[in-house]
Write a new protein. Sequence first.
Lengths: 95, 429
Amino acid sequence: MPKAQVTFEDIEVTVTVPAGTRLIEVSEKVGAGITYGCREGECGTCMMKIVGGSENLANPSVLEDKVLKENFAGIGNRLACQAQVLGGHVVVRPG
Amino acid sequence: MSLADAVIPGRPVAVAPGVHWVGALDPEMRQFDIILRTANGTSYNAYAVRGHNGVAVIDTVKEDFAGDFFARLWACCKPEEIRAIVLNHLEPDHSGALPELLAAAPQAPLYISRPALGMLKGLLKDGLDPARIVAVTDDTRVELGGRSLRFLPTPYLHWPDTQCTWVEEDGLLFSGDVFGCHFCDARLFNDRAGDFRFSFDYYYQHIMRPFREFVLQALGLIEPLPIRLIAPAHGPVLRDHPQTYVRRYRQLAEPLLANEAAGRAKTLLVFYISAYGNTARMAQAVRDGAEGVDGVRVSLYDLVGGEPGPFADLIEEADGLLFGSPTINGDAVKPVWDLLSSLTLVKVKGKLGGAFGSYGWSGEAVGLIEDRLRGLKLRVPRSGVKVKLIPTAEELAECAAFGRDLAEQLVGRAGPRHIDFTAPQALSA
């Protein structure tokens, strides 16, 4: 099974997950400080910062891109409910 | 109407040379935004500032009061004289007359903060010519001739878009909701109105307090200003000793009694409530475990013996919060929710949180509390401890380990952890 690693910087937890996992699927299980609203990529509540390894995430969908722009997202911001880790190592933190 | 009234129907009120109050009084209002009560209504303050070259309109009023606003505005200027429209904050009670004002003065740009841009779209459903919108920066100046406007970013006081407008030449601060209060008085000025000090503090406690760090940041910008008059968006115009109100904000934003442990210890509060003493024993074990970690000051509180208000004061100053609750009828018990629902008045984002509790059948309380803590944007780094009925010695040791682990997280000694979700046991967990 192809695997990927995600580090939640705020709680210093690294998880190994199957490639293709969305961050929403693991962040709450480990208690990371990312909070969710609609969980469907529309509200922008779960915007987080990709500290490293952004190239290991699937590109944002048209919907995610639109919501990021509406929420004045900076470089490196993604929605945790949408971002899918494809492999390698990604480091994230809330907000 | 009394002889002392400054506000007369249809007439603007001069608050400084060339500056008029053009707002509206709403004396019947008793409840504002659901969360606030007011014993004597409120006012929606808007202002017209005249220079040699034209007029700036600062804020408008709630839509229902647009008639009062325009009657006063057109009594002190003509639509074609308006050179600038400023909204310090886009909440509907200040922007209700905006669409009509924009239509009446099509030549005037709208000056708003950058975070207000997104909200404006939601407010003006038909849209607005982008060429008319100016998102202000620190360098933005609106020259009116003899006086000019500049803008102070004061985000989160109490919306992300909030700003203050400063007229340097006259020492006038148009402060939006900052330094405002829900107190309707036709005498309008702080040295003539009735005693509104309680309203001023009440407004701060309910509107500004959750954003305390932003209040302190804004005070850093406001305190050095040579203010001669504060014109807020609600309540009396503060022309007599306006700096008193700035100092009061400083007092309200800082803790009354310094936490003697601050600076040398992290503070961890353990709240619990217990029906048969089981969750209480767990709480004591959590406390004992946490106390074993150097640099953490641990306090234990039985929710039965306190009220949400003072507990919220404690929580505002704390670094970590743990809640112990039994599960009754599939839920945490009401005193826990009473406290957790009080925390919207204080800033808890980023604090460390956790939950534990004894249960008889199913033990939902712990998970529900954790969800609420995450909703309040606390970090919940560890799944809570659930014990069926009476805790054994091993289970109390587990509680102590839970307390110790969270205390170590607080002081940064927990160290990185690794969880493998591809391992079969983790996937089923």
